[in-house]
Design a protein around this ligand. Structure first.
Ligand SMILES: Cc1ncc(COP(=O)(O)O)c(C=O)c1O
Length: 291
């Protein structure tokens, strides 16, 4: 059976899933998106992702194309139609199709596309040895809290990471503080065992995984400080890791070639990763329809 996608009201074979060349997402990156993990036929933090999607839409004054319930039904149907046990669900909403003009069109309807695909498990070496990150200047716009499809600086940053043989690039602002990764939030653990991650604001995306990990850390009585940290502080940290819907909690053992801590995934990163995986597996199994 071929892969099925949802495009603006229709379920279509993925190979025929197309939008208009006048879609403002295509011409202006005038749209927002979400990536939801599917873990063992469970949707992870669905409502958190939908709440962030709503917020992104509100911030950009894009009217949502349908209510939450039918959208959740589409998401379920795509996971089952595509038989995804472990994978990701991609949701994108753009301002719609209109004659090209920068200002909002008077009469466009927002376009929703959804796709689902299986993903491979993380390579064992990533988890056993940790991954490396490089640092790059943060050249993005000032509203990084909006999960916009306008990702060119992130694309360029990830490409630099790939070319350097690194897993991720941490972006550094003009003050020398780490903002986040190109597709993940950045964390460090101090020698006292406190976890540090940048406080929320317009400078970073409020990661859904970040929120879940903060809650897990709190429940595990690990001290958390939400504040900025410099690249230098990160290089001197006992541990470092990144979080995202697709990386979960991924230990970082090298920043710009410097080993972090003992150069191996540390106990707090490992504990949080295991606890986050257990948390994902507590979600209810996906059924085709919402109850
Ligand atoms: C720039 C950026 N920061 C943080 C994250 C992590 O967010 P989440 O945990 O919701 O996947 C992402 C995810 O793609 C991202 O693109």
């Amino acid at each position: 059976m071929s892969r099925i996608a949802y495009v603006d009201g229709r379920y279509v074979p993925h190979s025929h899933a197309q939008v208009s060349m006048d879609d403002r997402g295509y011409q202006f990156a005038d749209g927002v998106y979400e990536v939801v993990t599917i873990r063992q036929k469970r949707m992870v933090d669905e409502l958190g992702h939908l709440a962030r999607l709503d917020r992104s839409l509100r911030e950009l004054e894009i009217e949502r194309p349908m209510k939450e319930r039918p959208m959740r039904q589409i998401m379920r149907r795509l996971v089952t139609l595509n038989k995804v046990e472990n994978g990701i669900l991609y949701i994108q909403i753009t301002r719609g199709v209109a004659r090209r003009d920068h200002a909002f069109p008077a009469d466009a309807n927002a376009v929703l596309v959804v796709s689902a695909r299986p993903t491979r498990p993380h390579p064992a070496a990533y988890i056993e040895d940790g991954v490396s990150v490089i640092s790059i200047p943060d050249i993005r716009w000032a509203r990084r809290d909006i999960k916009s499809t306008s990702l060119l600086p992130n694309v360029l940053g990830k490409q630099q990471a790939v070319e350097a043989g690194a897993f991720e690039a941490w972006m550094v602002d003009d003050a020398g503080d780490v903002t986040e990764g190109t597709a993940s939030n950045a964390w460090i653990v101090t020698k006292e065992g406190h976890i540090i991650t940048r406080n929320l604001g317009t400078e970073i995306l409020s990661g859904i995984t970040r929120l879940a990990v903060l809650k897990i850390a709190q429940e595990s009585q690990i001290k958390i400080v939400e504040r900025s940290f410099t690249l230098e502080e990160a290089k001197q940290a006992a541990e470092a890791f990144v979080t995202s819907a697709s990386a979960f909690v991924m230990p970082v053992t090298q920043i710009d070639g410097s080993a972090i801590g003992a150069g191996k995934p540390g106990p707090i990163s490992q504990k949080l990763r295991a606890a986050y995986i257990a948390f994902m597996e507590l979600e209810p199994l996906i059924s085709n329809e919402l109850e």
